[in-house]
Design a protein around this ligand. Sequence first.
Ligand code: PLP
Length: 382
Amino acid sequence: MQDNFPNIVSKIRELYGEGFIPLHAPYFGGNEKKYLADCIDSTFVSSVGQYVNLFEQKLAEFTGAKYAIATVNGTSALHVSLILAGVEANDEVLTQALTFVATSNAISYIGASPVFIDVDRDTMGLSPEKLENFFKNETVMNTDGFCYNKSTGKRIKACVPMHTFGIPLRISEVVSICKKHNIIVVEDTAESLGSYVNNIHTGNFGQLAAFSFNGNKTITCGGGGAIITNDETLAKRAKHLTTTAKSPHPFEFFHDEIGFNYRMPNLNAAVACAQLEQLERFLKNKRITAEKYSTFFKEIGVDFVNEITNTKANYWLNAIILKNKEERDSFISYTNEHEIMTRPIWTLMNRLPAFKNAQTDDLTNSYWLEERVVNIPSSYRQ
Ligand SMILES: *Cc1c(COP(=O)(O)O)cnc(C)c1O
C-alpha cells in the first residue's frame, strides 16, 4: 500500500491541481455578494428579514419537507429538535458512538444522556440490526407504553441517527424499529443535504431533522442550520422556541416559556439563499469527483466508501478505508506532508471525557472504522 501513496497524491493533484489542497473549501460562485449587499442596504441584517423566510421556503422545497425553520447553526437545530421530541433532563437518547461531537453535545445540553449504539460498516451510520438487539436485550416496555433502559431504569425518549459524510444510513429500518418502541427519531442530517433514500430526501423519515450550513458543509452561509419537519405543530413550536418564545404582538414583549435566540440572521440567510441556488450544480460536480475516486481506488485495491443500493449520497466528504491504524497514520502523514489535507474520522464519543461514563452497546464496527477511515479532498471542483 505504501507503494501506492505517490499514485494517490498524483490522482488528487490531477483532480484538484497544484498548491495546498484543503479537505473541503467553500465555493461562492453565485449571487452571494449581490444578496449580501442587498441585505445590508435594506438594514434588515438580523433575525427579521426576507432572506430568512425565502431560505426556509426554498429549503422546504428542496428537501420536500412541509416546513423548514432556519437557525444559527446545526447544533442549535439539534438542540431544539430534541426538546421538540420531548426529551427532558434524565431521559436517555440513543445515538451513534461514531459521529461528530455536536450530536452528543445537543443531548447533554438538555441534561439527558446519550447511549451509544454501533454503526453499520458500509454506511457508517446507525445500524438497525444493532439497534434491534439493544432494544431486545437492554430495554423493557413498561405498562405506561414507554420504553425504559433495564440497567439505568431511565426512559428512552428519542433516537438520533446520523448520515455520516452524506452517505445515507438504513433510515427506514431504524424508524420502524423505533416506532415499535415508541421512540421519536430526530435525524442528524447536518452532513446529508442532497442525500436521498428511495428518492426521498434524508430528514423526512424521522419526525424532525437538523441541517448545518457551517463553513465546511455542502453549502454554507458562514454559520447556520435548519430544522425540517412535516408536522405543523412541531414546525410552529420550532419557530417559537428559536425566536425567544415571544408571543406575537405589535408592541408588547411577552415570552410564554424559556426560549432561545437561535434564529438565523438575515445576513447569513442571504448567503444561504445564494448557495442553495447552486446546490444541484454542487451535487453533480461532487458525484463526478466521487465516481472518479471510486474507479481509481478500485483499480489500486483500496476500499472507497460508496452509497448503498436505493440511496443517493451527496458525497460531501469522500472517504477511504485503509487496512489498519498504522497504514492510516502513515497515509495521513504522507498526504499532509505533500500539502494534501486528509484526516481521520472522529474519535468515538465514548472516548471523550464528557461521555466516558455513558452507556455503550457493542461497538465492534465503530472501533473498526475509527482506526481505518480517512477523509480525502472533496471540494467542489472549478
Ligand atoms: C456539522 C455537524 C453538526 C453541527 O453543525 P454546526 O452548524 O457546526 O453547529 C452536527 N452534527 C454533525 C454530524 C455535523 O457534521
